[in-house]
Design a protein around this ligand. Structure first.
Ligand SMILES: NC(=O)c1ccc[n+]([C@@H]2O[C@H](COP(=O)([O-])OP(=O)(O)OC[C@H]3O[C@@H](n4cnc5c(N)ncnc54)[C@H](OP(=O)(O)O)[C@@H]3O)[C@@H](O)[C@H]2O)c1
Length: 287
């Protein structure tokens, strides 16, 4: 029976650490770190994500502002708002909640966030710095995955990590992070995607399997080596309305040595890493 890697509890611990750092920074600098959240349209899931992120900001003593725009907002209007937030001294970090309406070019918006306020870590400067081994802001979900492993003392150095999913926000940056010549990294990384032949043959070779594809209960127990560590990034809702991950938790936990649950695994870690990045942004701008 696997050790459950409790992301909810670790997130609380790390948020308490961040709250102390925020109080210290504010006392010394007179600046209260602030996150500006931009939400376009009325996607119900996005509204919940933004609400939770703003609530977490308040928990650690940061400011949080919400810029809620209608789905009819043009790209120019959104770029205009970002130009204002980029120069607003009250705003340490900018979060543009994705997905954006189809009429807006997501890349153009991501590119328009000031590099020192890119707390999602999706912008070209953040990704370039990560790739060159000198990271500034690491994307929040991959950083949450790395932290849950590191804080639970799960070795990464020299391990074979197989990541299923190659999105720009999870799989791709996570692969880049874990292959770095750095603490909490030095892994040998294999990345799988929808065109990969024999995914199970690869995941069975892994010391650590990370699944981030958005397919409910995709990873079965016969797809891992007994004793492997399994990290489930997926968030899926079943027809009955239940929240499940990309891992068949009930059966995989019988074979893995450690596993993250859904909910209560990577989700709360992602939010916490956003707080970490926002504090870091405030320090870079005012420290
Ligand atoms: N916990 C969190 O905080 C958090 C944060 C972000 C995302 N998520 C969740 O993580 C999941 C992935 O999100 P995402 O934004 O990375 O998704 P995405 O942009 O849709 O990318 C999905 C990736 O999975 C691959 N894929 C899809 N079906 C596959 C299959 N049957 N076999 C192998 N590979 C497959 C795709 O391959 P191709 O590239 O070949 O199309 C793609 O690389 C979703 O459930 C999402 O809700 C959770």
């Amino acid at each position: 029976m696997a050790q459950i890697l409790d992301g909810k509890q670790l997130a609380q611990t790390m948020q308490a650490e961040i709250a102390a750092q925020v109080a210290d920074f504010t006392a010394k600098s007179g600046v209260r770190p602030g996150l500006a959240a931009v939400l376009v349209g009325d996607n119900a899931a996005s509204q919940v994500y933004v609400k939770n992120k703003r609530k977490a900001c308040e928990t650690v003593g940061m400011q949080s502002g919400l810029h809620q725009l209608p789905a009819t907002t043009s790209q120019e209007e959104l770029l205009h708002l970002l130009a204002q937030l980029n120069t607003d001294p009250q705003v340490s970090g900018i979060l543009v909640q994705l997905p954006l309406p189809k009429t807006i070019d997501e890349n153009a918006i991501i590119d328009a966030v000031a590099p020192l306020k890119d707390v999602d870590g999706f912008g070209p400067e953040s990704l370039g710095l990560l790739t060159s081994g000198n990271p500034r802001f690491l994307p929040c979900t991959p950083l949450g995955v790395q932290q849950i492993l590191v804080r639970n003392k799960i070795p990464i150095d020299g391990q074979h990590v197989v990541i299923v999913g190659r999105s720009n926000i999870v799989g791709k940056p996570l692969a880049m992070m874990l292959m770095q010549k750095a603490e909490g990294a030095n892994a040998t990384v294999t990345v799988c995607h929808s065109r990969t032949k024999d995914i199970a043959g690869l995941t069975r070779q892994a010391d650590i399997v990370v699944v981030a594809i958005g397919v409910a209960r995709f990873l079965k127990k016969d797809m891992i080596r007994p004793g492997a560590v399994v990290v489930d990034v997926g968030i899926n809702r079943t027809a009955e309305g239940k929240l499940v991950g990309d891992v068949d938790f009930a059966e995989v936990k019988e074979v893995a040595s450690a596993i993250t649950p859904v909910p209560g695994g990577i989700g709360p870690m992602t939010i916490t890493m956003l707080l970490h990045n926002t504090l870091r942004a405030a320090i870079l701008q005012h420290g």
